[in-house]
Design a protein around this ligand. Structure first.
Ligand SMILES: Nc1ncnc2c1ncn2[C@@H]1O[C@H](COP(=O)(O)OP(=O)(O)OP(=O)(O)O)[C@@H](O)[C@H]1O
Length: 372
């Protein structure tokens, strides 16, 4: 899969932009605050209908304008494909081959993308929220059933939390039958989300293990574990899992009523990265944490290929210079010739690799881009 052309209209600091890309490495060079990340974000938005750096769609609209549009002309294994996302103050609209899709789940997943930005280097040592977001974004684009259950889960969770809060603040009478009904709905979606996350993490580990071994020059062995807040495990079938989750919610009921919030479930879970039997969030060096983040990203590329039969598009936003020569080479060697890649950098100095020498170069200055 690759993007042949992107058009932007009033997107961040771009008023109008139409740019053609090659199915190879495309390098976007520019000084700070010229629009490099904005362009990467726009490419990401084209596939995911939301930004990787803000949950607020309105921020994407150019200041003082009423809407922002991102359009792309792509080529996948089935032929040409047109994608379009429009953000306005009323909301967003997506179109596939000029036809509007009412549900985002019918749009997301058409074009797969892997983004590697400096904040991804925090995947290991950052907050659990970051790792959950990573799981949800990556799984959502290759598994629409997961996306469906996840959105159900969040919808019911919000409702349940509101109910618990209202009871705590005495705005609502405590009605246990009502709580039972909402809890039952929550458990149903929670078990679906949990089962799919367990399966994804297992696959991710299978791919990441050998990649990690190679980047660490055979010295380290990586394990990736899903850490649930409820004592369920990946060998449980759905009905066993359900019983365990139900019991946990029974046990937590009084505490939840006192605290006014839902205390366990997929929204409280985490991922753990273990290298040579040590949790590297706690014990890992910065280098080990980077190697792990890179292995996970490279594993994702392979996982998407396995699941979708096509390589995703790779976005490397200001991240090459954060990796040492060996990790850089490993990354570039892996993607060479098979993955359309976008790289942003303030300078190509220090990036020595054949791939970059053969890349298409673009220069960005104040929301305008020139092909070099
Ligand atoms: N909604 C918006 N409307 C207009 N301009 C915006 C909007 N949002 C951000 N900008 C501007 O876009 C500019 C470029 O931002 P961008 O994040 O793309 O920089 P960059 O080229 O990646 O720089 P760096 O190397 O520092 O990351 C910033 O000056 C910012 O003020």
């Amino acid at each position: 899969m690759f993007i042949k052309q992107i058009t932007l209209r009033d997107y961040r600091n771009y008023d109008h932009l139409a740019l053609n890309f090659e199915n190879k490495v495309n390098v976007i060079i520019g000084e700070n605050a010229q629009g490099k990340t904005n362009l990467m974000e726009a490419i990401y938005v084209l596939a995911m209908a939301k930004s990787h750096r803000t949950p607020k769609d309105k921020e994407l609209i150019r200041w003082d304008q009423s809407f922002a549009k991102v359009k792309g002309h792509l080529e996948n294994r089935n032929g040409p494909l047109d994608m379009e996302v429009v953000f306005s103050h009323k909301g967003k609209k997506v179109k596939l081959n000029k036809l509007e899709k009412k549900r985002l789940s019918e749009y997301i997943g058409t074009c797969n993308m892997v983004m590697f930005a400096p904040e991804d280097l925090n995947l290991v040592k950052g907050s659990p929220q970051l790792r959950r977001r990573f799981l949800d974004m990556e799984m959502g684009q290759i598994n629409s059933v997961y996306l469906y259950h996840l959105s159900q889960y969040h919808r019911v969770l919000k409702q349940r939390n509101q109910w618990l809060k209202d009871v705590l603040q005495k705005k609502q009478k405590q009605d246990n039958t009502m709580l039972d009904v909402i809890t039952d709905q929550l458990i149903q979606s929670a078990c679906q989300v949990l089962q799919k996350r367990f399966a994804f993490v297992k696959k991710l580990e299978t791919w990441a293990k050998p990649i990690h071994k190679e980047i660490s020059r055979g010295k380290e062995s990586l394990e990736v574990k899903y850490i649930p807040s409820i004592h369920v495990s990946d060998d449980m079938d759905l009905s066993t899992m359900r019983i365990v989750v139900e019991e946990e919610f029974q046990r937590l009921r009084d505490r939840e009523l006192k605290r006014g919030t839902t205390l366990a479930g997929p929204h409280r879970d985490d991922l753990q990265f273990v290298v040579n039997n040590k949790d590297i969030q706690v014990f890992g060096s910065q280098g080990q944490q980077r190697t792990t983040a890179l292995s996970i990203k490279l594993a994702e590329i392979e996982l998407i290929y396995e699941k979708m039969g096509e390589y995703p598009i790779l976005l490397l936003d200001d991240v090459l210079s954060e990796l040492d020569d060996y990790r850089q080479s490993h990354l570039l060697n892996t993607i060479q010739g098979k993955v359309q890649t976008f790289v942003t950098t303030t300078s190509v100095n220090g990036i020595h690799h054949q791939t970059l020498k053969e890349a298409q170069m673009y220069e960005v200055h104040d929301g305008k881009i020139e092909v070099k």
